[in-house]
Design a protein around this ligand. Structure first.
Ligand code: CP
Length: 315
């Protein structure tokens, strides 16, 4: 069986990303024009990890397209609590729904789900690995708010080791010409070596630095991230890394006037509340673009304009 899944943005061609970005931009102008396009279709959201934006924006996207939504956001209230495997849950739910959206703490879980599903699967975040629909949201946001995806100096700051949004975004941005990356983190939370390898293989200039204050002045975009407490093996280890990076008004004095501040959210203390009213802060707009990015993706999955990914027969 061949099905269109979205496990990694690399499942798609750059031309298809561009089509999605353009469609999301169109939808954002008048979302109500798209109501009823998926009438009679059902989306199941299977969230094995907490989420506000991804889960609710997928649900909003489907409802705005006229479809219906089922699912769980606490697996302990489902038969997962009785020991049901991912394989069995996915086989059952893909019989109930027309599309599955899955978030899971284990890397590779969305790919595994796609092997057992009889309908398309979208990866809504698999452990510290990838978060392709956040990246699609980030690309839409950059295009709308910065006007381009090329020739940008992008600083990524915080938990670069565990931040799946960072990994997905870097993998995507290497495909656009002229981008340069400043990776701002502690030694312990450096970007994984496989992402460094991807940057090098694509000839993308990057540097790894510790100081946000020293780097901020050269950036066109600053992508802040949360220290991912849930990925640390101990509270002590987390406390050693927490609160090292905080973006506040004082640090922003060094930044370009047209720098854009992004964050996939949620934030803890890495951006001071006072920054929210700075015109350079676009992280709340970014969350809103998530609805339009996901509406575009769901529409394209259903209308068959995304390529079918060959998958083995379910076992
Ligand atoms: N950006 C993001 O994934 O947020 P949630 O964890 O709230 O879904």
């Amino acid at each position: 069986m061949n099905l269109p899944h979205l496990i990694d943005l690399d499942d798609l061609q750059v031309a298809q990303w561009e089509k999605l970005i353009m469609l999301a931009g169109e939808i954002s102008k008048k979302p109500s024009d798209y109501f009823g396009r998926l009438s009679g279709k059902i989306m199941a959201t299977l969230f094995y990890e907490p989420s506000t934006r991804t889960q609710m924006s997928f649900q909003t996207a489907m409802l705005r397209l006229g479809g219906e939504v089922i699912g769980f956001d606490n697996p302990q209230n489902s038969s997962v609590a009785k020991g049901e495997s991912l394989k069995d849950t996915v086989k059952i739910m893909s019989g109930y729904a027309d599309i599955l959206v899955i978030r899971h703490p284990y890397e590779g879980s969305a790919k595994a789900a796609s092997l057992y599903a009889s309908c398309p699967v979208i990866n809504a975040g698999d452990g510290g690995h990838l978060h392709p629909t956040q990246t699609l949201t980030d690309l839409v946001t950059l295009k709308q708010e910065k006007g381009r995806l090329t020739n940008l100096t992008i600083g990524l700051c915080g938990d670069l080791k565990n931040g799946r949004t960072v990994h997905s975004l870097l993998k995507a941005m290497v495909k656009f010409k002229g981008n340069r990356f400043v990776l701002i983190s502690t030694e312990e939370l450096r970007i994984p070596s496989y992402i460094r390898d991807i940057l090098q293989a694509n000839g993308c200039p990057f540097e790894e630095v510790f100081s946000l204050e020293e780097a901020i002045g050269e950036l066109d975009v600053l992508y802040m991230t949360r220290i991912q407490k849930e990925r640390f093996s101990s509270e002590e280890e987390y406390k050693r890394q927490n609160s090292i990076y905080t973006l506040d008004e004082k640090k922003l004095e060094r930044a370009k006037l047209d720098m854009k501040i992004m964050h996939p959210l949620p934030r803890v203390d890495e951006i001071a509340d006072a920054v929210d009213t700075d015109p350079r802060a676009i992280y709340f707009k970014q969350a809103a673009y998530g609805i339009y990015a996901r509406m575009a993706l769901i529409l394209m999955l259903f209308d068959g304009s995304l390529p079918a990914t060959a998958i083995p027969k379910p076992r």
